[in-house]
Design a protein around this ligand. Sequence first.
Ligand code: SF4
Length: 249
Amino acid sequence: MANATNSKSRYGGSVSWNPWHGCHKVSAGCLNCYVYRMDGRHDKDASVVQKTSGFYLPVTHARGGGYKVPSGSFFWTCFTSDFLLEDADVWRGEAWRMIRERSDCAFLFITKRITRFSQCLPEDWGAGYANVSVCCTVENQAKADERLPVFQDAPIRHKAIVCEPLLERIDLSPYLGAWVGSVTVGGESGEQARTCDFDWVLDIRSQCIRAGVPFYFKQTGANFVKDGKRYRIKRALQHAQARKANIDT
Ligand code: SF4
């Protein structure tokens, strides 16, 4: 997700902040969710959603007195859950307060629940906190048509679209425009990974070029088809293979 928005380049170090852990599968893209896969390896039930011990990380103080996470940091937020998850409604207000307190840092989360966005906002949100970027995931045409009109209208200062795992050819063109900071595309990883076809990737790239939206091919996934030939690609090589394609704009 390193290229999910252009905003990260303005910030210093990055840090993961997972205020809660666990999630519920909500659409086709969740089928082989990595949170479930990782938790499954440790006999943990990923459908149990819990606040983590790192909940207060953004406002935790170091021994010297200042914040533990320095000013100018970039928080990858809620990557083992969904920031807009129903179960987290009771905790999100506090999370927003921390995000507001750390206006000297940037926060980015990715969601499959953008349709809940309007009911998850703090009172002073207005046109959006300047330090928050939101990425909306769309894995197929049906989810693009359901989520992107809502995303387009949502009061968010920095928006990006993520097609990952890309599960079929998607026509994003009705939605692309200056409001979209970037489109990131990637395949699925894991043993059960579904096909990602390079033709679908190139098609979205063409749509982005026509609309003047930056495009990033993040990773091939484990089950990649190119020119009709299927490739099984190891996790360690999936990002490198995408970079090799050299198609970012
Ligand atoms: S929304 Fe994301 S974290 Fe939640 S189940 Fe789906 S893929 Fe996993």
